[in-house]
Design a protein around this ligand. Structure first.
Ligand code: DGI
Ligand code: FE
Ligand code: FE
Length: 193
């Protein structure tokens, strides 16, 4: 994993210690899921390593970066700029870390809300972020961790269901993308089963 060291050193200058530990958890969990689903393990690790690289950028700066780089900002994102760490993270991964791989950049861009019709790496990262060993707050983690190694789409649906419930309870503003993504995966399961 020699190639990863330079990314790791750089990343540690931009995110705090706890976030870095979370990032390593996501990196190795992404690797495990990639093994289970026959996906490129190194690509999954790099996506995991860099997924939160924009997490510590101040909100005003994220909004400025979006404007400068013609990244569209929805009303919900403007009200909850933390959501933008995903899209801005993809931008930083490309510009500052030199990542060119489209699948990695896309997985980073959609890792917080998910998106309808995600690819394999998108789902791997979305799930790894939720189940990595350092996570302990989410409901139903043992069941979701087990499910993650059985069916990616069902797991994405389950995570979104729990996330939407959680956000409804704490009256957090819900990004329509999160809702659309949940509906998409719920409907797909009904079509397939
Ligand atoms: O960056 P991390 O904390 O590792 O994880 P993340 O990027 O998946 O962000 C997780 C948070 O995002 C979690 O508290 C739920 C929240 N979230 C997900 N979808 C939405 C949302 N928050 C709002 N306000 N609206 C959403 O649609
Ligand atoms: Fe994140
Ligand atoms: Fe994360």
């Amino acid at each position: 994993m020699k190639g990863f060291e330079k990314y790791q050193k750089k990343l540690q200058n931009y995110i705090d210690k706890d976030r870095y530990q979370h990032t390593l958890g996501v990196m190795y969990t992404s690797a495990a899921l990639a093994m289970a689903y026959h996906y490129d393990v190194e690509k999954a690790m790099l996506a995991g390593l860099l997924h939160d690289c924009a997490k510590n950028i101040p909100h005003a700066k994220k909004l400025e970066l979006c404007k400068k780089n013609h990244i569209e900002v929805s009303d919900v994102e403007r009200e909850n700029p933390f959501l933008l760490h995903a899209k801005v993270g993809a931008l930083i991964a490309k510009k500052k870390y030199g990542v060119e791989d489209k699948e990695i950049l896309h997985a980073i861009a959609v890792h917080t809300t998910g998106a309808p019709a995600m690819g394999t790496l998108d789902m791997i990262l979305f799930i790894a972020d939720y189940i990595e060993p350092g996570r302990d707050k989410a409901l139903n983690l043992p069941a979701i961790r087990e499910m993650a190694f059985q069916n990616l789409e069902h797991t994405v649906e389950r995570i979104l269901y729990d996330t939407l419930n959680y956000l409804n309870q704490k009256s957090g503003r819900i990004d329509p993308v999160t809702e659309h993504t949940y509906e998409y995966y719920k409907n797909r399961r009904k079509l397939i089963v």
